[in-house]
Design a protein around this ligand. Structure first.
Ligand SMILES: [Zn+2]
Length: 450
């Protein structure tokens, strides 16, 4: 699997996941970069002590000249902001060396973008199973007050030391677990998009994500307790997701409705207890919603669908759809602008919608069986997240139920990509889904508007 992943990766030429893998950092560095190249480790005080010092001494032993750049040496929190990218970029530039990021999501993203801006490649030594970005291209950076994915190449080499990751703070592993279990409903979203020719399934990318997935998420308690073998499987699953994105040149293999929920909260700078909520924790709550939405669709027999009735309920023009946005987004201009831009690409005319729904009607007996096989029941997803130590209620990440409902209602228009939620809407069932989940007796019943 790793050989297939590397053979089809646009940017990454070497990857090792395993206990003690960081010990091999010098050997990989030597193999990937010319012999006269110096190294600069980009780390923070914690990652320096758990892996950076080891990597530095291995590099020195191998005859590599090493310097280091410790981000926030006082140990204070930092985030993936563009100001930090510039800080790291200037440190790398001044050193005249090739960067080795030692850390997880934030340090990797900062180094990835900073190196790319200098026209340089870099490698990463991952220290936590906290997200799937190690081997992905692009970096999630807050710029001009908005979190965005800035373009940049994936690392030339990637090491994830699963022994180090197994002893990382528990919530980091829980976050990565949630980012990985998300690939279950994300896969179902992709099947739906594939069925109507909106985005065809890329067979290799699908296999890289979906084949190791069930085994990788099979033991959430083991992940939570820091069992190295379980954390290793988690790391491998996350790394494979990054490779799938590289193979396809798209985040589709790793991202569905649940990631749109997370991006929505990124737009709103969601924080809880004064700290930003981790990507995986947002995605985990999104995964619960997405699973519910897909189960809601699967309770319908679309082979008996009244296509004309559904087409009749759909806004007949793009302007008619746009007219609904101010109410859906409570008049917030940034949300409305984004929805208008994305939906200009995703809006289906009635003629097109008739084709889409007729296709679903025709293929439903076969497609619904594949979707059922793909999905994990809501109760099981929820229990697994709980055992992994991830939040299972929106309130646990500082989101009230009313806010959660409004997010879920607003999500379908925020990305031009086709998801299960689009089908709910195009069947004329969005209000029904919202009522079932957030109305009286619903799993996230909104008791009082707050
Ligand atoms: Zn993710």
């Amino acid at each position: 699997m790793m050989a297939d992943a590397l053979a089809n990766a646009a940017d990454t030429k070497a990857c090792v996941v395993g206990p003690g893998a960081a010990d091999g950092a010098a050997e990989m560095f030597r193999r990937l970069f010319p012999s006269d190249v110096k190294a600069i480790l980009v780390e923070d005080p914690r990652t320096k002590s758990v892996a950076g010092d080891n990597v530095a001494s291995r590099l020195k032993e191998a005859g590599v000249e090493v310097s280091e750049y410790v981000v926030n040496p006082d140990g204070s929190d930092f985030h993936a902001t563009y100001a930090k990218v510039e800080e790291v970029r200037e440190a790398i530039r001044a050193s005249g060396a090739t960067a080795v990021a030692v850390g997880s999501g934030t340090l990797n993203d900062l180094t990835k973008r900073a190196s790319d801006e200098l026209g340089q490649r870099y490698m990463v030594v991952g220290t936590a199973a906290s997200m799937d970005g190690y081997t992905a291209y692009g970096a999630a950076i807050t710029k001009d007050g908005m979190k965005q994915t800035l373009s940049c190449r994936a690392p030339l080499g990637c090491i994830v030391d699963s022994a180090v990751a197994a002893s990382a703070p528990r919530e980091m592993t829980a976050s990565g677990y949630a980012d990985l279990i998300a690939k279950i409903p994300a896969g179902a979203d992709w099947m739906l998009a594939d069925a109507i020719g909106s985005e065809a399934i890329h067979p290799l990318a699908w296999r890289l994500v979906q084949e190791p997935l069930r085994e990788a998420i099979s033991n959430p308690s083991g992940c939570a307790s820091g069992d190295e073998r379980e954390v290793r499987k988690l790391c491998e699953g996350l790394v494979m997701s990054g490779f799938a994105m590289q193979a396809m040149g798209s985040s589709r293999p790793a991202s569905g409705t649940e990631h749109q929920v997370s991006h929505y909260w990124d737009m709103e700078d969601l924080s809880f207890g004064g700290r930003p909520v981790s990507h995986g924790f947002k995605v985990g709550i999104g995964t619960l919603f997405s699973t519910k939405a897909l189960e809601f669709i699967l309770r319908r027999d679309l082979s008996k669908l009244d296509v004309e009735k559904a087409v009749g309920m759909w806004p007949a023009t793009f302007d008619a759809l746009k007219a609904t946005f101010p109410a859906i987004y409570g008049g917030r201009p940034a949300h409305i602008r984004r929805a208008e831009g994305e939906m200009a690409k995703k809006y289906s005319t009635p003629v097109r919608l008739r084709e889409e729904l007729s296709t679903f009607k025709r293929v439903w007996p076969e497609l619904s069986e594949r979707l059922k096989a793909q999905l994990m029941p809501f109760g099981e997803v929820r229990e697994k997240l709980r055992l992994a130590g991830a939040p299972v209620e929106p309130e646990q990440i500082g989101v009230t139920r009313a806010r959660f409902r409004d997010t879920c209602r607003g999500v379908p228009y925020m990305r031009s990509r086709y998801f299960g939620l689009d089908l709910v809407e195009r069947l004329g069932l969005m209000d029904g889904l919202m009522e079932e989940l957030f109305g009286p007796g619903g799993i996230w019943e909104v008791k009082d508007e707050d």
